[in-house]
Ligand binder design. Structure first.
Ligand SMILES: [Zn+2]
Length: 216
């Protein structure tokens, strides 16, 4: 079966088992408005699927997936031709849905971060019009001092870069005035997650200790 038909087959199974057998309740409320408590910004990477790895159900996660789970800083811009897809989703999540948590989830082996750490040759880079400016939002994550380079090998630097990029996105979230306000009012919490694809382990950022800790 090819990849496309595999999806159609999966959809039929979803209709038969997931909706009919397991989620009768969801069918009853599906016509009403959505009311998720959590928004997640995750990478487009096919191996990192937020609903699967958290066993979430329909209606539970308000999702944005983009290259390298990046949140840009607040920028209303003056030009309507500027496209703020991620910011629009964040605005909707906060102002309309009033989510209580925003999670930024990064992961190991991220291609977007890889392009920051090992930039492609100039000719190759020019083939990509959108990735470079997008990844520049978190470029500072890939900058290491000579001292840091001396104590970290390339593999550790990539992993550190992936985690630092999550923190930059969390910082950028706070540049949105209504997010800052919601945090101040105690009605919104921000979380940083890091998913290690090889082990399947998930780590959570500890704001006090300033480190990512594995969730047991
Ligand atoms: Zn990624």
């Amino acid at each position: 079966m090819d990849a496309y038909n595999q999806l159609i087959s999966g959809y039929r199974e979803f209709r038969t088992h997931y909706l009919k057998d397991e989620n009768q309740e969801w069918l009853k409320v599906s016509g009403k408005k959505q009311d998720p408590k959590v928004m997640m910004v995750a990478c487009s990477d096919s191996r990192v699927h937020p609903a699967i790895l958290t066993r979430s159900s329909l209606g539970e996660l308000f999702m944005v997936r983009n290259v390298a789970n990046v949140v840009p800083p607040f920028d209303e811009g003056s030009d309507d031709s500027e496209y703020h897809g991620t910011s629009a989703a964040i605005e909707y999540a906060i102002k309309h849905l009033q989510v209580e948590h925003i999670i930024v989830m990064g992961h190991s082996g991220c291609g977007g971060i890889g392009s920051l750490m090992m930039p492609p040759a100039k000719e190759k880079a020019e083939e990509y019009s959108f990735i470079r400016p997008w990844m520049n939002i978190v470029k500072a994550a890939s900058e290491f001092t000579e001292e840091e380079k001396a104590v970290m090998n390339e593999t550790s630097r990539i992993s550190v870069c992936e985690k630092r990029a999550i923190l930059i996105s969390l910082d950028n979230l706070v540049t949105f005035p209504w997010i800052k306000e919601a945090i101040k009012l105690g009605i919104l919490q921000l979380h940083g997650w890091y998913f290690d694809i090889k082990s399947g382990n998930l780590s959570e950022y500890n704001w006090q200790e300033k480190i990512f800790e594995e969730i047991s």
